[in-house]
Unconditional design. Structure first.
Length: 384
């Protein structure tokens, strides 16, 4: 996705970009709305998108995207640099911003013409998109998905169900994986489509999660018409779109989430009595966050150079989930009963983060599946 030669190319350019961005953000810091305790999810989404729009209008978020979609070109490392700063300053609702970094580059690469027509409002924060992959019987075993798209001449007709679709109730469009071949075709009979969420026949039912947020939804499709020009990649090529998406997910977004974890760790070290916690757990957590940061930085560079295979990024996912869960386990121990029983809003916030951290080893592929991938496809441990 690198553009023509630009002012922020190469290591020196990246350093300059980082410095200029920091100065600009310091100057404008107080004018960005921050997350407040007790904020509703819809207010969070609106706040995060408004901040995203502001950074896009100011130009910072346009770097790392091609000019065809309103970007200013340059390396994807520039996007990672913005994401990191946004995380450390609490500008975005991180898991919402993650959806952008997962879907955006995938659609731009796999369907450049479609991206040119549709994607700028998503990148600039005007509209939300969502990812419709998982189904009730197809999560880890995604290749068994059953939501079907039938060829009806100049359009597809989509019928079926998705589940755990993050932010579907706030989305204008969905990147949907649908079966266009037979069930026996498994991963070869799947096509990725861009579906308008306001199409007749789409129903979204939000699901309450354990942290009390209705962040994801069940999504139903009842004879939904999708124009033929909405195919992402090739007909029958949905699996490679999905794999591409997984690779992007471990890019700038993991760099952002690791910065957020580092920030939370610093706050914890500054406020809680870590003496209450087991020394070994404290040491392990610092090592886990450091390992994640080191690995993620290397991955950013390898992604930017196009030099990493999707299975290798499973290591990043394992490190990310481990660090996040260790951190909030330590928060819980250090607060010694407060997390479970106190009622004030700042504790409710921490409790919500603790609950959400349980999902880190599930979303984007479970910890068990990631370990299977590393064992099979990276280390070659399973005999053929
Ligand atoms: C917060 C959150 C947000 C999400 N957002 C989205 C989204 O926006 N879009 C979307 O499409 N999906 C989303 N998901 C769904 C997510 O991708 C799935 O939950 C995940 O892929 C696991 O699928 P499953 O829940 O069906 O569990 P299952 O696949 O049923 O797995 C159940 C258990 O069995 C284990 N297991 C399954 N197969 C194997 C195996 N072969 N070897 C070893 N263990 C195995 C799993 O590790 C797990 O512990 C989200 C999930 C969460 C938690």
């Amino acid at each position: 996705m690198a553009g023509k030669t630009g002012p922020y190319d190469g290591p020196e350019g990246l350093g300059r970009f980082h410095s200029e961005l920091t100065v600009w953000l310091d100057e404008h810091d107080t004018s960005f709305p921050r997350r407040a305790c007790g904020m509703s999810l819809s207010d969070e989404v609106a706040r995060s998108r408004a901040n995203q729009s502001r950074l896009w209008q100011a130009g910072w978020l346009r770097y790392g995207w091609p000019e065809t979609v309103g970007g200013l070109g340059g390396s994807r490392l520039l996007r990672a640099a913005v994401a990191e700063q946004a995380a450390r300053r609490g500008l975005f609702y991180d898991t919402l911003a993650a959806v952008g970094e997962v879907l955006g580059p995938t659609v731009v690469e796999a369907a450049p013409g479609l991206a040119e027509r549709c994607i700028t409002p998503f990148l600039d924060g005007t509209e939300g998109w969502c990812q419709g992959f998982s189904e009730p019987e197809a999560g880890s075993d995604l290749a068994s998905l059953r939501c079907r798209a039938v060829d009806a001449g100049d359009h597809w007709v989509v019928t079926g169900q998705k589940v755990w679709t993050s932010y579907a109730q706030f989305a204008s469009r969905m990147v949907l994986l649908a079966r266009t071949g037979s069930a026996e075709d498994r991963h070869r009979g799947i096509t990725a489509l861009l579906v308008d969420m306001d199409s007749p026949g789409v129903t979204v039912r939000p699901l309450q999660a354990i942290n009390d947020m209705a962040e994801f939804s069940e999504t139903f499709f009842d004879g939904v018409r999708v124009s033929k020009d909405r195919v992402i990649g090739e007909v029958g090529g949905g699996w490679s779109v999905a794999m591409r998406m997984l690779r992007h997910e471990r890019g700038g977004i993991f760099w952002m989430l690791s910065a957020w974890l580092l920030d939370e760790l610093e706050k914890l070290a500054g406020t809680a009595d870590l003496g209450v916690a087991d020394d070994e757990a404290v040491g392990r957590l610092f090592a886990s966050v450091a390992a994640l940061r080191a690995r993620s930085w290397t991955t950013q560079h390898r992604l930017a150079a196009g030099a990493i295979e999707t299975p290798e990024t499973s290591i990043d996912k394992i490190l990310m989930a481990t660090a996040e869960q260790e951190l909030f386990d330590l928060v819980r121990t250090s607060l010694d009963g407060v997390l479970e029983f106190a009622d004030d809003e700042s504790v409710a916030w921490l409790r919500s983060s603790y609950m959400y951290s349980r999902a880190a080893s599930v979303y984007g592929g479970t910890a068990e599946i990631q370990r299977n991938i590393v064992a099979d496809q990276v280390l070659g441990l399973r005999s053929p």
